[in-house]
Design a protein around this ligand. Structure first.
Ligand code: AMP
Length: 154
């Protein structure tokens, strides 16, 4: 095992942190907003990727965007859930990183985004890296470092 004091956390490879595509809750651009809201509520996630054919990433759909789209002047208008498709409402200004990118890049993106989408070499969606995975890695590293330092000082 490499010496923790010589480890470069920021250069860590991403493979160990990726939640692979088959474990990522997602919807398709042609799904109704009602379907997307059901998936979001059932999964408990705030936002999930929108994937088309061949796992191409089209956008991100969130509870906030869906609720905003059914907001009337004086009340919520849930009957509008079936008037829109996911593609009408999803955010398209998403950020992706390549599978061979570094922990440093994903860590700084995670300050702004709760999860970062990862693409493979063919630009197909490979999975996501969540803020909790990033924090767990930093937490593990800092504890190992403290343990190693206290051994050195004893
Ligand atoms: P976390 O850091 O674990 O709280 O996850 C941050 C966000 O990533 C969640 O709120 C979801 O939007 C998204 N997320 C986490 N795990 C999944 C998953 N398995 N499928 C889809 N989205 C996920």
């Amino acid at each position: 095992m490499p010496n923790i004091q010589e480890k470069d956390l920021l250069a860590d490879k991403l493979n160990a942190f990726i939640i692979p595509v088959d474990q990522v809750a997602h919807v398709q651009p042609s799904n109704s907003l009602e379907h997307a809201l059901l998936v979001l509520v059932k999964s408990g996630y705030t936002a999930i990727p929108v994937l088309g054919s061949n796992n191409k990433l089209h956008g991100i759909i969130s509870k906030a965007r869906i609720l905003d789209s059914i907001l009337g002047i004086e009340r919520m208008e849930p009957e509008r859930l079936n008037n829109f498709l996911v593609s009408d409402v999803m955010a398209e200004d998403f950020i992706t990183v390549q599978e061979n990118s570094t922990f440093e890049k994903v860590m700084s993106l995670s300050i702004q985004y709760p999860f970062v989408c990862v693409e493979d070499e063919n630009h197909a969606f490979a999975g996501i890296i969540t803020r909790s995975k990033i924090l767990a890695n930093i937490n593990g590293y800092l504890h190992d470092l403290r343990r190693a330092r206290s051994v050195d000082n004893s």
